[in-house]
Design a protein around this ligand. Structure first.
Ligand SMILES: Cc1ncc(C[n+]2csc(CCOP(=O)(O)OP(=O)(O)O)c2C)c(N)n1
Ligand SMILES: [Mg+2]
Length: 794
């Protein structure tokens, strides 16, 4: 797949002037980003005495890279992840392009203002990918490219939106994050194309200067993963010096200079550079000829003339690579952290802020008059009209659509009901099996389900078969940019799985890396807004390993990606697999994660309702991602008619209590049989008791909180849990049980002041069978009955 053609060559007429303009804009970005942060810290009133912060040094490091990209290379359809700490530069670029307001720039880090790190949801549609948790945005740029390929190869892209390149501007310390390498490997397997990672190689992280020679390693890793690596080390001034007689000595000296020494000399400036150079190279005639005529400032400028600050070198590297084709490419652009600012190179500069005095000198250097700090072209020695013409002519200035960069894609019809699978009389079924069956049925793409089936895309980190996606995959095939036959099938070797791969396939098979699962779900779940094609992504994973990808899951939700997470098997109920695989905390994660509606059905009829709801909810403007926690434990399936609204709201009475009842038993998920057995015994003593099925403590809790908040607004909507608990006596006991942490239910006592006795798991699990484990952890029907007795007596 080829992306659009790019900008002009460097040697076209007028190019010299374009470079001058780019230099001016680069300078403007340096000023504006520093001034935004300064305003937030020193100009706006500070009411609480807390440090506001910002990262002037991180911004300064990346201005040339970002200027070269946005004002030179990028096309409207390209999608960019900007390293988190360069957020102010990104907003300044949009300001110059007329896509950001001055008033807004003044609100950096203020309530309702620009976020410290670019945020899709809070900063608006100009942000392609949120960044902040380092490493994730970078990897998402790669997965985004895969998703874009998926959309185009399935012919789902709207007309007029060509595929773009995915670019990540990366802080060098982001490459310490393991998820980067997981993403590289997965990207290699999927043969991703049109991805650029541009590393702002300032050799500084937060605490320190990075080890020397590190990039030898990293470069090798990229090459091993099939990437091009382009090192942009020196700028033109230094290259010219190296080309002079004896200049090679200078190159070697810098090449061998430890990162910390280079950083320290940069901070100290020209005189320090001179004495260091003279001490080591002072006897070499050609070196003296290079450095002696220079003033200290000129020498400092020469010695810090790294490629990542030389816009012409950057442009040249980008254009050359652009012409090379679509192989993923890592640019290692050498930079100085804090370039052009008083703390350039200082190892502690990550959170460093210019003082008012330093800002005063910097303002003079930038030729900014007081009161004109925000003026677009203040202090630049190029006529305003020319700058405006230039900005209007950069390829990226062309709007992607009339409505901007955030696209829309109409909702896909979801049939009114999904049938629960039929099971024979007396046969048991698990929620996981029911999930596989319902999805396989949808996969037939019959009648009303045809559109829905086309938009579903499934993915799983090597647990496709064991989470019951197999039948769906057999019907819809595996996605790959290249057609690959299923060797086992071709050889007529018996297997339940048909694993032919093709561009039409609808399942993306991942290696075991849960962060990758959530990152691709983030990409798939933003496909409507990024690529104009609504997808309905489903990712499956073992429940305990949600924890392994948790930051990426939260990151996906933070960006409002819409997907269905199915985690199974879950809890102690997994039994013989033991404590490492038995999840405990996931119900609490489901409650605490924003923009993620979490459910745990016990029976297939509830699952069918919730699965249907998930497809609906993930498409609603005020919806969210959805999580279904499932189990492999087969349960007898009740014959009944459910109220879908109650199942979706989080709880329904299986046996309603009589008014004023003293007690009820509530269960969630696979413990339904234990709760039912205990309830039957309880009922012989307490005929008014009720039995409650909880399908989502998350939804119950969220609605309860929301309704309490609404009181303040003058409107009081009674929440579902309040209605559910209303028939019980004011002091009634509610014995609750789930295969997960009991805190998920404990809060219910606060709803009406009733007494909750929460049963669940608060210790690591262990191998065993279900009777032993449920007894040991106090989840069996005896334990539930004991809790009931205690509650009634107490
Ligand atoms: C996952 C995560 N861990 C820690 C941090 C805190 N943190 C913010 S920036 C940073 C260092 C970043 O260094 P680098 O990527 O080199 O950025 P630059 O030098 O360009 O500022 C750290 C540790 C974070 N944002 N995310
Ligand atoms: Mg760095």
């Amino acid at each position: 797949m080829t992306v659009q053609g790019r900008g002009q060559r460097l040697d076209t007429p007028g190019e010299a002037r374009r470079v001058e303009i780019l230099h001016a804009l680069e300078r403007k970005l340096l000023w504006l980003s520093a001034w935004m942060i300064h305003t937030a810290n020193h100009i706006r009133p500070n009411r609480d005495g807390l440090k506001v912060g910002g990262h002037q040094a991180s911004c300064a490091s990346s201005v040339s890279i970002l200027a070269a990209l946005y004002f030179g290379m990028l096309r409207p359809a390209d999608r960019v992840a900007v390293k988190p700490h360069a957020g102010p530069v990104f907003h300044a670029i949009n300001y110059l392009l007329g896509r950001q307001k001055r008033e807004k720039l003044e609100t950096l880090r203020q309530f309702g203002g620009i976020q410290p790190y670019p945020s899709r949801v809070k900063d608006g549609g100009e942000v392609d990918f949120s960044t902040g948790s380092v490493g994730l945005g970078v990897a998402l740029a790669s997965f985004g490219s895969l998703v874009q390929d998926y959309v185009h190869l399935h012919n789902l892209a709207p007309e007029g939106i060509p595929p773009g390149r995915h670019v990540a501007v990366v802080g060098d310390a982001e490459l310490d994050e393991g998820n980067i390498y997981e993403a590289l490997l997965e990207g290699w397997k999927h043969d991703i194309r049109n991805v650029w990672w541009v590393v702002d190689y300032n050799r500084q992280s937060l605490d320190s200067v990075v080890p020397d020679r590190l990039f030898g390693r990293i470069e090798g890793l990229f090459r091993d993963m099939g990437w091009n690596v382009v090192t942009i080390k020196y700028g033109r001034k230094l290259e010219a010096a190296f080309a002079r007689p004896d200049g090679e000595h200078l190159r070697r000296w810098i090449d061998d200079c430890p990162n910390s020494l280079y950083a320290a000399l940069t901070f100290q400036g020209g005189a320090a550079w001179r004495s260091a150079l003279l001490a080591e190279l002072g006897r070499i005639e050609g070196i003296r000829a290079i450095i002696d005529p220079l003033t200290d400032d000129e020498l400092a400028a020469l010695m810090t003339n790294l490629g990542g600050h030389d816009i012409e070198t950057l442009m040249e590297a980008f254009r050359t690579q652009d012409a090379e084709g679509d192989q993923p490419t890592c640019f290692i652009a050498y930079t100085v952290k804090g370039m052009g600012l008083p703390f350039a190179g200082h190892k502690d500069n990550h959170s460093g802020l210019m003082t008012k005095e330093q800002m005063g000198s910097f303002r003079e250097l930038m030729a900014i008059r007081p009161g004109h700090e925000w003026d677009l072209f203040e202090g630049l020695d190029i006529p305003e009209a020319e700058l405006r013409d230039f900005l209007a002519s950069v390829p990226f200035a062309e709007p992607l659509t009339a409505a901007g960069r955030s696209l829309v894609s109409p909702a896909i019809h979801v049939p009114a009901t999904f049938a629960a699978p039929k099971v024979g009389e007396g046969r048991k079924q698990s929620t996981q099996a029911a999930f596989g069956d319902i999805l396989a049925e949808i996969g037939r793409g019959r009648d009303e389900f045809a559109d829905l089936a086309k938009r579903i895309v499934t993915t799983s980190p090597d647990v496709t078969v064991s989470t019951n996606l197999g039948p769906w995959v057999n019907r819809r095939g595996i996605f790959d940019r290249h057609k690959k036959n299923d060797v086992f099938r071709d050889a007529k070797l018996a297997s339940a799985q048909r694993w032919g791969m093709s561009p039409e396939g609808q399942h993306v098979e991942l290696g075991i890396a849960e962060q990758n699962l959530f990152l691709i779900l983030a990409g798939l779940g933003l496909a409507d807004r990024l690529y104009g094609a609504r997808l309905l992504p489903i990712g499956t994973v073992y429940d305990p390993f949600v924890n392994r990808g948790l930051d990426a899951l939260i990151y996906a939700c933070y960006q409002d990606a819409r997907f269905l997470l199915v985690s199974t098997p879950s809890g102690l109920t997994l039994a013989p697999e033991g404590g490492q695989h038995q999840s405990v905390n996931t119900p609490l994660i489901g409650m605490a994660a924003d923009r993620l509606a979490a459910f745990e059905p016990a029976h297939a009829d509830e699952l069918a309702i919730l699965l249907r709801h998930a497809f609906d909810h993930m498409q609603k403007p005020d919806g969210s991602a959805v999580w279904l926690r499932l189990s492999t434990r087969g349960l007898l399936q009740p014959e009944r008619t459910l109220d879908p609204a109650a199942v979706i709201a989080g709880a329904h009475w299986v046996v309603p209590p009589a008014a004023g009842a003293r007690i009820a038993v509530a269960y969630q998920g696979a413990l339904a049989p234990e709760a039912m057995a205990a309830f039957e015994e309880l009922r012989s003593e307490e005929p008014t008791a009720g039995l409650l099925a909880i399908t989502s403590p998350d939804r119950l809790h969220a609605e309860w909180l929301a309704s309490r908040r609404a009181v303040r607004g003058g409107v009081r909507q009674v929440s579902h849990i309040e209605r559910i608990l209303a028939p019980l006596a004011p002091g009634a006991a509610l014995v609750t049980v789930l295969d997960g942490h009991p805190a998920a239910h404990a809060w219910m006592g606060a709803v009406r002041g009733q007494r909750v006795v929460p049963l669940g798991v608060d210790r690591f699990g262990q191998a065993g069978d279900i009777p032993d484990l449920y007894r040991e952890y106090g989840l069996d029907s005896d334990a539930i009955l004991d809790a009931c007795a205690e509650a009634l007596l107490g």
